[in-house]
Write a protein that binds this ligand. Structure first.
Ligand code: ADP
Length: 154
């Protein structure tokens, strides 16, 4: 039987406990979940692609159906290349929803066979964002409550 493949695309700059929570949920809905670390030309990242990938790899090293890959270009093209049927995204708020809805509808025009699925994180992770984590890092604060233990800032 055919494997059900989904992708979870994002910047993961850096990966947070909110991302991890959503990714584990998504991994239970498919046979293989590919976490796609985007090399987004219009979004300047704080950490290098390699550093972001390393943290994500380490976070999911014991999850057998979660693979981690880097990609550049359009997410829909990455999903097609990986033979994915689903794109998973997380929602924190109505602001996320409005933005994500536009992207999902655009992707669906480009390829109607690939469905976007939205998931909510557990309540305690709902407020975590990479931007807030970066702000804490820049101000030498303690990020341990907000990121997986594998994210080590030197
Ligand atoms: P992007 O730059 O593509 O938005 P992010 O790394 O910021 O990538 O986020 C990837 C996905 O994870 C997005 O769908 C985002 O809404 C979701 N996400 C991020 N943080 C959380 C959280 N705390 N709870 C639920 N979803 C989240």
């Amino acid at each position: 039987m055919k494997n059900k493949i989904g992708i979870f695309p994002g910047s993961f700059d850096p990966i947070t406990s909110g991302h991890r929570n959503i990714i584990v949920k998504a991994s239970k809905l498919v046979d293989v979940l590919i976490v796609g670390i985007g090399d987004n030309s219009s979004k300047k990242s704080f950490y290098s692609l390699e550093q972001r990938e390393e943290w994500v790899q380490k976070t999911f090293k014991s999850n057998v159906n979660i693979l981690v890959k880097k990609y550049s270009g359009l997410t829909i093209n990455f999903a097609e290349k990986e033979n994915a049927e689903f794109i998973f995204r997380g929602l924190r708020s109505s602001v996320d929803f409005e933005y994500e809805k536009q992207i999902a509808e655009t992707n669906s025009v480009m390829n109607k066979e690939i469905e976007t699925i939205f998931l909510l994180s557990d309540k305690k992770y709902g407020m975590i964002s990479s931007s807030i984590v970066k702000e804490i890092i820049k101000n030498n604060g303690d990020i341990r409550n907000f990121v997986p233990k594998e994210v080590k800032i030197s």
